[in-house]
Design a binder for this molecule. Structure first.
Ligand code: PGA
Length: 252
């Protein structure tokens, strides 16, 4: 059995003060959640959120990590720095990072290795663009992203990896993949992991759906056998909406 994981991706939203207020509102609404609940917040809010979730079981994540231990990498952040703040998770290779900041499968692989080396759990994002989808390239794009992004990891390391399938055309657009489509694509990703790594790894690996997942569609998405959770952007910024997604995760 794979424990469902519902993660909020706050992106570049919420000052410390706003973050604290949001967590205070959210905490009672997700109390007793049976799925894993994670908030991936801006670096500047990590401390405040870690403090605000204390005793609640909610985990805290960052949204990027550099592969080097330290050094001349202006604007980047190291795994040690995240670990010092007791960060649990880190999102790696989000499509916005790939699209606007030149993230590649190779850098995703290096960042993931750095995260795992410091016992941070990684949420590794994959997904096709609209152009790739319309050209019938969805499967080949995903195959490359999975094979290259996760290249070299050992079976035990996969315990600290979650994959997030986020079709780029569904992110922030209000367009969701249909539950059936998302399920089928995630099944393909799982098959790819089985082939490239091992069936046992694929069977255990949690794969989330992301892209306009919200209070209204979460239950249907979470009822699908291949979908093990969600990576939620917009709807994670409102406590009431996010808690409904978590409720759907409880039944997933
Ligand atoms: P969205 O974002 O829920 O706002 O579409 C999801 C994501 O980018 O992780």
């Amino acid at each position: 059995m794979r424990t469902p994981i519902i993660a909020g991706n706050w992106k570049m939203n919420n000052t410390q003060k706003e973050a604290k207020a949001l967590v205070e509102e959210l905490r009672p609404l997700v109390e007793g959640a049976q799925c894993e609940v994670v908030l991936c917040v801006p670096f500047t809010a990590l401390s405040a959120v870690k403090k605000a979730v204390r005793g609640s079981g909610i985990k805290v994540g960052a949204q990027n990590v550099h592969w080097a231990e330290k050094g001349a990498f202006t604007g980047e952040i190291s795994a040690d720095m995240l670990k010092e703040l007791k960060t649990d998770y880190v999102i790696i290779g989000h499509s916005e990072r790939r699209q606007y900041f030149g993230e590649t499968d190779e850098s995703v692989n290096k960042r993931t290795a750095a995260a795992l080396s410091r016992k941070l759990k990684a949420i590794v994002c994959v997904g096709e663009t609209l152009e790739e989808r319309e050209a019938g390239r969805t499967e080949s794009v995903l195959l490359t992203q999975v094979a290259e992004g996760l290249k070299g990891f050992k079976s035990r390391e996969f315990n600290s990896i979650v994959l997030a399938y986020e079709p780029v055309w569904a992110i922030g657009t209000g367009k969701t993949a249909t539950a059936g489509d998302a399920n089928a694509t995630i099944a393909f990703i799982r098959k790819t992991v089985a082939k490239k790594f091992s069936p046992a790894i694929a069977d255990k690996l949690r794969i989330q759906y992301g892209g306009s997942m919200n209070a209204g569609n979460a239950a249907e998405l979470m009822s699908m056998p291949e979908i093990d959770g969600g990576l939620i952007g917009g709807a994670s910024l409102k406590a009431a909406d996010f808690s409904k997604v978590v409720a759907a995760g409880n039944k997933g």
